[in-house]
Design a protein around this ligand. Sequence first.
Ligand code: ADP
Length: 279
Amino acid sequence: TCRKDSEKIWLSVSAAPIRDPDGSIAGVVHVFRDISEYKEIDRMKSDFVATVSHELRTPLTSILGFSKTLLRTDARFSDASRESFLLEIVREGERLARLIEDVLSVSRIEAGKLRLDLKAIDVGPTVSQVVKNMARLTSIHNFVINVADDLPRVSADPDKLYQVLLNLVVNAIKYSPDGGPITVTAIERDGGMRFEVADQGVGISAEHLPYVFERFYRAARGKGGVTGTGLGLFVSKSLVEQMGGTIRAESEVGQGSRFFFDLPLAPAEEAEAEDKIAS
Ligand code: ADP
């Protein structure tokens, strides 16, 4: 390695002799190749394996702990305690399921095997479902849903739209450790649908903001015990793009973050056809 502008770069060097026609060595050619990028990917991959293993172990430990406690024959628990243990098991189980879903999505995205099932869908029920499921997991955040009743349908894969909104809401919860409002909005805009998830949490500095959608990128690495894999936003971005949309973020440290993405509206005929089937 050597130092360049205080940044470490990795070089691979190979050397080959140059011979005169009579076979004597006239010189040596050295080829320097900058392999920093490969090294970086290598490092990120091993970090990733360590992080994912850790992220899998944490919820599993609590699932096993609570289940074993419930199975104890020498102790009796009140209904309220049993319910809180069961809620914890469900919460941690769902965390495991989300993590596995994200890891699987990454491998499908990388293999170019992500299948989408685009349909004309109403955004209201999807947004409500995400908020309902996530609101159970926190008592210090309050959720505001900003979705008008008469919005047109979007063209999206229902499960993937759910996954993207879920990832954004999970992050909004995770990165506002002191609680506060989380607003989920859907409005028609420029002939498409704009979705927004806004929080008033820790925010992201301008230095990190451009990279948060990159695979494995974590701006808040190791800070305040907030764990993660750096996959959620990468997966969300890929899914939104595959559905024909774009995703971006705005944020200010200490003020909060706003993630927004646009999706195309469903073609009018398709929406009408589905109405007929439904009626
Ligand atoms: P993870 O949360 O697992 O680390 P993500 O891909 O979901 O991975 O997010 C990447 C990084 O972006 C996070 O590590 C965090 O630093 C930052 N981030 C994402 N969402 C928010 C948010 N709502 N507020 C502050 N920082 C965020």
